[in-house]
Design a protein around this ligand. Sequence first.
Ligand SMILES: N[C@@H](CCC(=O)N[C@@H](CS)C(=O)NCC(=O)O)C(=O)O
Length: 287
Amino acid sequence: MVQLVDADIKTREVLDWKGVHVLHFMGSSCSQKLRIFLNLKGIKWESHLVDLFANENFKPWFLGINPRGLVPVLVHDGVVHIESNDIIQYLEQKFPTPALIPAGHENELAALLKHEDDLHLDLRTLSFRFVFNPPGPPKPAAMLDSYAANGAGTVGGIKDHNKEIQIEFWQRAAKEGFTDERARASAQKFRVAFDALDQRLAQHPCLMGDSLSVLDIAWLIYAHRLSLGGYPFARLHPRVTTWMEKLLARPEFAKEIAMPPAAMTRLEATRRSQVEAGKTLEAVAGF
Ligand SMILES: N[C@@H](CCC(=O)N[C@@H](CS)C(=O)NCC(=O)O)C(=O)O
């Protein structure tokens, strides 16, 4: 569990926040995952939006809460938790019903969630290449300077290197964009992962068996994001497609991932230009 210690937290006001508070962003995949979990649990929570497109996560106030500069963050009765999967596993213990982690499978699920989290930068690469597709560098240099300079730099009291990995990711993106080569490598990793999920779904309606679990939530978010980018699920992983459609029909899921009409229009234009250039996700990945 990634729970921050006192020395990690520079924005001291959060220590007085009572109840369940979530710092998040509408379009962030990890925030969507947490919000769906909260919906399914029926947990009441207070929302604090952090605008990633305006780089609010690189400013001192937010870095004073999460030294890694990432959303989502949970503040529960003044205690700060980071890392979406850890937050979810923590909340499952505090709010056990309805159960979303099958009893006796906690360790197995934690390992499967780690695999999902390990692919997060691959998801980001494909998202920025095929879904968001900003005209310039996604994160301006001045903002990255602020990111580097602020926050405690420690997590759990120990020097933390996650921020450096993030900064390196954005600096490389500014320099070379999200290249065909990197997009292909990321897409290949997802192909392997979704093949395995397709096999699981051959046995059961949900990824951990007969009932919905946090693994379904976590992978649904990835699958949905990649389907927006043109990943050919129906052709490559038909069971994942059926499973995804079933989950997306549920309001607890649908309302968290709905894209604003203006963003949908932008995405359609992006997709058209990728088709015209022969540079769809399918073509670049060689699927
Ligand atoms: N491992 C982290 C990943 C969190 C993460 O990367 N969040 C993204 C949004 S999905 C973020 O905050 N990105 C910062 C940015 O885009 O500047 C978690 O699961 O919470």
